[in-house]
Every structure is written in structure tokens, then in C-alpha cells.
Design a binder for this molecule. Sequence first.
Ligand SMILES: *Cc1c(COP(=O)(O)O)cnc(C)c1O
Length: 399
Amino acid sequence: MPEGLHPQTLAVRQAIARSQYGEHSEALFLTSSYVQPDAATSARRFANEEPGYTYSRTSNPTVTSFEQRLAGLEGTECAIGTATGMAAISLVVYGLLKSGDHVIASRSMFGSTIKLLGSELARFGVETTFVSQTDLQEWKAAIRPGTTKLLFAETPTNPLTDVCDIHALANLAHNAGAWLAVDNSFLTPALQRAAGFGADLVIHSGTKFLEGQGRVMAGAVCGPSTLVQDKLGAFIRSAGFNLSPFNAWVVLKGMETLFIRMREQSRNAMELAQWLQAHPSVSRVYYPGLDSHAQHALAMQQQGGFGGAVLSFDVRGDSPEQLRANAFAVVDHCRVASKTTNLGDTKTTVSHPATTSHGRLSEEQRQAAGVGQGLIRVSVGLEYPKDIQDDLARGLACL
Ligand SMILES: *Cc1c(COP(=O)(O)O)cnc(C)c1O
């Protein structure tokens, strides 16, 4: 293909070369190993002295297609596919860090990420300091010269959509000799290209918008070959966090509609956010597309003018018990939107973070993350916007 194609074209076109059959749709190579022409070639391939497939824990053509397409979209040299988004984050922390290293991360992130960085990693002698997503001074103050190796951010955050300044965090990390990793699951490269703002590594839960229709789990890490190929690629061969070829193929096909989905779902989310903001039973809406969002201007600059497809809102209520009951009532009155914790689907999903995605956190961690009992998260899909408004209106009318 010619050089310089727009990411929107790469989302449809970028993959490995066609096989000898000239298939138009990308082939699915369901195979765990590869037949070698002779023992000497096999030896060279296993020793990494010549390219060629050997075993699917090392590489697989369908997974390679997914990795090349995603790297093309993110504008990074390489990408590496992983079994899930959490496997991608695990690959980064276990593949790059060692005992004694220090990590700084936002305290308002995806629940499993907080759990992994805050609890699991500590068992291996890697300490994480959690700071405010939006207060650069806190990130700066947490740096331990020579010891801090990784700054980890997710923007916008799940579920409160706090936005951090990627460029500022990248500068901070690089001045301290650390890497910046950004979880870009909420926006995908269709709306935000974090490497372009200076992030060293861009992480994805491919389970969400990249796949787009809630069918399979997947993940990825994108970045320069010195990190992704040399360090993480070498590590995954032993660690085995690999993406399955079938799942890679499903996500690859999902990515063909990525740009059109992200823009349309974002527009639908904006409409819903404006409607919720005007509703008397709603006390607060969290959505970067709204003027009322604290980092609205920054978000518009980082996110190509779009707010993304996920929003959250607080229902009214006087006590934690009443807030929870009110939130449950709104969720339970939905007949179109799905009551499920997944996000990034073409189907709108509603969830109650305090008892689902953030349910495993201690009350203290949950308070720090700002996830109250009255909070509802909506991942807005492709339905006709008014039908989703009517769905939420039913429950809100009861409060
Ligand atoms: C879902 C999610 C993850 C984890 O991805 P899985 O594919 O479920 O392992 C990580 N980060 C964010 C922002 C997510 O929404």
C-alpha cells in the first residue's frame, strides 16, 4: 500500500499480505504450530535469526494482522496482542518492572487495574503511589528519582471520565527517566492517539470498542520496537498472555467499522448527556463533551473534538442507602439498554459501578475513586437516541 494513508483507511485495509488463495477478507489461521521446510530453517527461526512462524505463543499470522492494523492506527512502530485488556496491563508491568521499582498511577481508574497495581504487584516488591488523575503537582510530588519507572494513566477514566493531560505527564515521566503508559480503551485511536502526545506505551482492552460488538476478549500494547518487540515480545514468549487467533480475527473485522462507530456512538452519548443534565432527578453528569466537564477544553483537544461514548451520572438521593436504591431503580426500569458491565458495544449498556466493576475495591479505595452509590454508568450504543432517553426516563420518573 502507498505511504501516508489516513488511519481511517488503515482501519479497513492494514493487515498482513494475502495468502496464495487471494482471499479478500482477512484469513483466519487457526493453528498452534507451523511446519518447517527443514531442521536448519527451523533452528534459525527459533533462534530469531530469520523471520517465520514457529509456534502461536510466539506469533500467528492472524494475530500479526491485528497487531499491524492497530499499530498503524495508533501511529506506533509495533503492537502486541494479548488475551485480555488486563493481560496487556500485566504484560507491561511484569515485562518491564522489577522488584524495587516504583509506579505512579491515577487513583480513579478501572477497578481491576487498581487491584493489579495496588495489591498484586506489591507482592513482587513493586510499590504503586496513587494520585489524583487531574492534579499534575501530585504526580510530580510522587516521583522518586531513580526508582520511579512507570507512570500509568487512563484517560478518560472509567467510570467518571476524568481527563489527564497526556503531553504533560509524558514530559514529567521522561524528565524522571520513566515511561508513560496510557490506557486508551475508552477512546481508541479513532478519537485519541496517545503516542502522538508523547505516551511511550498505549494499552487497549480490545474487548471494548476495538471489537465493538461484545463478542470476544482481547487486549494489546502499542509502542516502539525497543519496548514492545524487544522487551514485551521476548517476555510474552515465556509468559503466555497471548491473544488467540480466532479472537484476533473477530477484533480485526470489528476494527473496519471503528471510526464510524466511535463517531456515531459519541454523538449519541453527547445527546444523552445533554438530556440527562437537564433532568431534575439527576444531580450530576460526567461527560467530557459537556462544557460543564472540568477538563472539557483539554478533552476536546486530545480527543479530536469528541467526548467518547461512555458517560456516568449521579441520581439524586440523601443517604448512601437511598442513592443505591434510586440507582438500582433506574437500572431496573431499563427495557432496551442491557444491564451488563461490559462497555464499547453497539448495544447500550447500563451498570452500577459501586457494586460491579468497582465492587471488589475497599470502601476507602472506592471513595478515593469517587464512585458513589448513586452513580450509573452508560456506554452508549447505536440505538436511536430517543429510545435510550425514554428507557432511562422511566426509572428517573420514579425517584
Ligand atoms: C475493561 C477495561 C480493562 C480490562 O480489559 P479486559 O479486556 O476486560 O481485561 C482495562 N482498562 C479499561 C479502561 C477497561 O475499560
